[in-house]
Ligand binder design. Structure first.
Ligand SMILES: [Zn+2]
Length: 249
């Protein structure tokens, strides 16, 4: 496929719609680079798990989404496996192989959250195990870094919802969180850029691993875990921005 082609003109927006689309290799390279980091952390086992980056474009009011197509893993991929889609629809703007069903969720997050420009989705072992144990229904904050980096509480999606297949319920809770935790499935983190989504992914998975370790040790020793209070966590969410990005103040 050529790297630039004309987007068809439609009605009144004809002038804008003719803005050519140019595939940006450097964005595709970011997906591959962050994909390798996610792999190195042991979060990827197969072709499931993905990264999406939104890029503005004059012909597309919501921008366009760069992501890995279906059938290849983040571990195996190269920039040749990056495709670009529209955001309100799954129409391919660049590439020929469709995305997996999970991209529907990414697109809906982008549509509902103009502040989010990147999402990362993985099937994280400890998260699936922790919630499947049925002993725990929430992720408790224990570290000081967790509320500051996440900036909003994770949203544990009720098990009867499959928000990849049916994205409609997302509008009820997507504004109140920067991370979705899906029982039997995995995690999606959101960020203003891919770095922020990646930091939130690692921070969330670390906190879940700490929850597992605390609860295991407490069960062995007959003690109670010492977690942060809800009041403290809420205070930290409020001041997250200036703690994590002090130079912006
Ligand atoms: Zn998934």
């Amino acid at each position: 496929m050529s790297e630039a082609h004309q987007v068809p003109a439609i009605g009144k927006t004809a002038r804008k719609r003719t803005a050519p689309f140019r595939f940006q290799k450097e964005i595709a390279a970011e997906i591959v680079r962050y994909g390798r980091m996610v792999v190195a952390r042991g979060y990827i086992h197969n072709s499931l798990g993905n990264i999406a980056i939104r890029v503005p474009h004059p012909a597309y009011p919501d921008g366009v989404a760069y992501t890995k197509h279906s059938g290849v893993s983040l571990e195996e991929m190269t920039i040749d496996n990056v495709v670009v889609t529209d955001i309100p629809t799954d129409k391919l703007i660049y590439g020929t192989i469709p995305t997996s069903v999970g991209h529907k969720l990414n697109r809906e997050i982008f549509r509902l959250r103009p502040d989010v420009h990147s999402v990362i989705h993985v099937h994280h072992d400890e998260t699936i195990s922790f919630l499947a144990s049925k002993a725990f229904t929430e992720i408790k904050a224990v570290s000081l870094e967790y509320p500051y980096v996440m900036a909003k509480p994770p949203y544990i999606v009720p098990s009867h919802l499959d928000v990849e297949q049916d994205v409609d319920p997302l509008k009820e809770f997507v504004q109140q969180t920067n991370s979705l935790v899906m029982i039997r499935h995995g995690i999606t983190t959101m960020g203003r850029n891919v770095s922020e989504a990646y930091h939130r992914l690692n921070t969330l998975t670390s906190e879940i691993q700490r929850n597992v370790q605390i609860e295991t040790l407490c069960a062995l020793k007959g003690t109670q875990g010492e977690y942060l209070s809800q009041k403290d966590v809420e205070w930290m969410y409020r001041y997250a921005e200036e703690v994590i990005y002090p130079t912006k103040q």
